[in-house]
Write a protein that binds this ligand. Structure first.
Ligand SMILES: CC(C)=CCC/C(C)=C/CC/C(C)=C/CC/C(C)=C/CC/C(C)=C/CC/C(C)=C/CC/C(C)=C/COP(=O)(O)OP(=O)(O)O
Ligand code: 1GP
Ligand code: MG
Length: 227
């Protein structure tokens, strides 16, 4: 599954959180399509490297969703770079990215880097606070972001981020309707197979994060969306 377009289900592991070898084995052998390593805070070179090397024992794709320049390490199959479109701070659109290109642009392998058009919707999430995101968006606003990502910026990925909260499936449906090329990734508050199925109806890919740490059994059930 080294074609990200084919991913239906992904587990997102937070390098700042601990997970036992036994639980990690269950996650990696669950039948999920890929693992994304990502988090908002306390993401360091050390904890990213450590988690990546433990996941590398298993034959599944592993992507790093970059949260800061300092924790980018070689060895991933893919690098996902979030550009938070509804952030009030240009730093989180392209500012950090521009700095990184100044420093390392000459040595980047652009075939493995995917820019994510990110829209953050849970006002209480760490990522919304960090990026000062305007989460007061209605369906028309979201449809417009979808057009922006797909028709104008022509980004490969639209990520609807509800981190920590379950979103509105009608929003996912409306966004999907406006995407012709971009892959629609939904993440946030998936708590069982039912919610996973509901979001999978319209999202191309669903991401399960916190549930891994809160209720691993339920998290593993969500991979059944692939059946
Ligand atoms: C060495 C090598 C091979 C290099 C490859 C080249 C490469 C890819 C270089 C990278 C270029 C680079 C450094 C670009 C910078 C991009 C960047 C840092 C952009 C800003 C990213 C950004 C907006 C971060 C904010 C946080 C964010 C969007 C996080 C996403 C994940 C997320 C929301 C997780 C959920 O949060 P969590 O921590 O789990 O929250 P809870 O604890 O509440 O659950
Ligand atoms: O942790 P949860 O709420 O499952 O969200 C998943 C992911 O979208 C976070 O970046
Ligand atoms: Mg989390």
């Amino acid at each position: 599954m080294y074609d990200i377009k084919l991913w239906r289900h992904v587990f997102k592991l937070d390098p700042a959180k601990s997970i036992s070898d036994e639980d990690l084995m269950k996650v990696c052998e669950s039948g999920t399509d890929a693992i994304i390593i990502g988090g908002t805070d306390n993401v360091t070179e050390d904890n990213v490297l450590n988690l990546m090397s433990r996941i590398r024992r298993y034959p599944l794709p592993c992507a790093l969703e970059i949260s800061n320049k300092e924790s980018v390490v070689p060895g991933f199959d893919f690098y996902f770079v979030p550009s938070v479109l509804n952030s009030a701070d240009v730093k989180y659109h392209n500012g950090i990215l521009h700095d990184a290109l100044n420093e390392y642009g000459y040595m980047m392998n652009f075939d493995e880097i995917f820019l994510e058009g990110y829209v953050v919707m849970n006002e209480d999430s760490k990522v919304a606070k960090l990026t000062n995101a305007n989460t007061d968006l209605n369906i028309t606003d979201l449809e417009s972001y979808a057009l922006m990502v797909d028709k104008l910026y022509k980004l490969p990925i639209f990520y609807l981020e509800y981190s920590g909260k379950y979103g509105n499936p009608e929003e996912v449906k409306a966004i999907k309707h406006n995407l012709e090329h971009a892959q629609l990734i939904y993440g946030g508050g998936i708590s069982d197979l039912n919610t996973a199925r509901e979001m999978s109806e319209h999202a191309d890919t669903i991401v399960v994060g916190n549930l891994i740490y809160e209720n691993l059994k339920q998290a593993l059930q969500t991979t059944k969306v692939k059946q």
